[in-house]
Design a protein around this ligand. Structure first.
Ligand SMILES: NC(=O)c1ccc[n+]([C@@H]2O[C@H](COP(=O)([O-])OP(=O)(O)OC[C@H]3O[C@@H](n4cnc5c(N)ncnc54)[C@H](O)[C@@H]3O)[C@@H](O)[C@H]2O)c1
Ligand SMILES: [Zn+2]
Length: 237
């Protein structure tokens, strides 16, 4: 199959953990709802941070180490190349916290669930997130904000509100084609984006090795691994 993209088309792409699977980063539901062997409620909820911030940093330090070793795969590269052709008619929203899209060359992107390579104040005191790639061996090494709050990973924990939602909604409204790659369709609000796009009349395409939970909302489902299916999928007219 090829997807023709005309001169009037605007493309909105949503990616999930599956696009980084071929780079060696495990998906979230690959092992029965565990993320790299951890229960979500122990490592990425506000409650986990309250109870045991050391464990949360231990988990995200390990994700940082794995992310730094991983390399973008042909799926990340194909999306960066598509952006190169479409310019401002392309927008990428990722649920991933790794930086493989940026390292493949993507520029017009938002990380709706945060970024592994940043930290921010736990008090939401108004200070902007800071770049932070450190691998912490203990909580004592973690710095503090000017307000005295501890730095936490710049990650949207389960139960928190995703980032950049206003911009994401505006971009979905403008899109004529929504492409969703490697996400199980179980985490909201991201799983609703396809419905919003359909309301606006967009064509909606899913790419992944198995049907997502919200498969019926797509006009087409391309069954395959992202790294094999995305290169060569688009024809820009
Ligand atoms: N790399 C990361 O940054 C990373 C990794 C794990 C989890 N997470 C976080 O956990 C949440 C997980 O939700 P989710 O829906 O993104 O992931 P998920 O783990 O719930 O689902 C992964 C999906 O990827 C698909 N998949 C597996 N291999 C694939 C491949 N080679 N090509 C294409 N698709 C493939 C699976 O069929 C599945 O539908 C996200 O919010 C994210 O923030 C992030
Ligand atoms: Zn602060």
């Amino acid at each position: 199959m090829t997807i023709s993209i005309g001169s009037e088309d605007r493309v909105f792409v949503l990616t999930g953990a599956g696009i980084s699977a071929e780079s060696g980063l495990p998906t979230f539901r690959a092992s029965d709802g565990l993320w790299a062997g951890n229960r979500i409620e122990d490592v990425c909820t506000p409650d986990a941070w309250e109870r045991n911030p050391g464990k949360v940093w231990e988990f995200y330090s390990a994700r940082r180490a794995a992310g730094a070793k991983a390399q973008p795969n042909p799926a990340h590269v194909a999306l960066a190349a598509l952006e190169g052709r479409l310019g401002d008619r392309f927008f990428l929203c990722t649920q991933n916290v790794d930086d493989l899209h940026e390292r493949a060359g993507s520029k017009r992107l938002v990380h709706m669930h945060g970024e592994l390579t940043k930290a921010r104040c736990e008090n939401e005191c108004g200070q902007a997130p800071v770049e932070d790639r450190r691998i912490y061996a203990s909580l004592d090494e973690v710095g503090r904000c000017v307000c005295g709050g501890r730095l936490r990973p710049h990650i949207v924990f389960f139960g928190e509100i995703p980032l950049e939602m206003g911009r994401i909604e505006r971009e979905i409204q403008k899109a004529t084609l929504m492409l969703v790659v490697g996400t199980s369709g179980s985490v909201y609000p991201a799983a609703s984006f396809v419905h919003w796009a359909r309301l606006g009349g967009a064509r909606t395409v899913y790419v992944g090795p198995e049907e997502p939970l919200n498969a019926s909302a797509f006009t087409e489902v391309v069954v395959g691994k992202a790294g094999e299916a995305l290169p060569g999928l688009f024809r820009v007219e």
